[in-house]
Design a protein around this ligand. Structure first.
Ligand code: 5GP
Length: 120
């Protein structure tokens, strides 16, 4: 896992289309694209287009409540779009012990197979 940092991340390049990604949803505030190393048949990352200090969920402040809600609502829309009618999982890794590797807040949407709990 990477060290927590405020430095720009690879997700800025994805947002700016400087490196390619498979986008499954986009609006003015949110971008969602397929994870490059999928852990399930459906594995989508949902991110705010503007990080605004949200290197991770642990850095959230009151001003972030709207975008946090939007990220979760977008996850629901994409789950429907991807046909995950029998269920899915949302994950937010935070910090080194949470296995966070990219310090731009992102919601993982996982589905398309039976998910077990706890993930290990
Ligand atoms: P984290 O471990 O920080 O919760 O999740 C970061 C995720 O970003 C990982 O699942 C990793 O596979 C994904 N990822 C890292 N670099 C890229 C990239 O360049 N493109 C895409 N689509 N996903 C990436």
């Amino acid at each position: 896992a990477a060290t927590p940092s405020d430095a720009p991340t690879i997700f800025d390049k994805i947002i700016n289309k400087e490196i390619p990604s498979i986008v499954v949803y986009e609006d003015d505030k949110v971008l969602a694209f397929r994870d490059i190393a999928p852990q399930a048949p459906v594995h989508v990352l949902i991110i705010p287009k503007i990080r605004d200090g949200l290197t991770g969920l642990s850095k959230a402040e009151g001003r972030h409540c709207e975008i946090l809600g939007r990220l979760l609502y977008t996850a629901k829309l994409i789950a429907k779009q991807e046909g995950l009618d029998e269920g899915f999982r949302i994950v937010i890794n935070d910090g080194p012990k949470g296995c966070q590797s990219v310090y731009h807040l992102h919601v993982h949407l996982l589905g398309g197979r039976q998910l077990n709990w706890p993930p290990g």
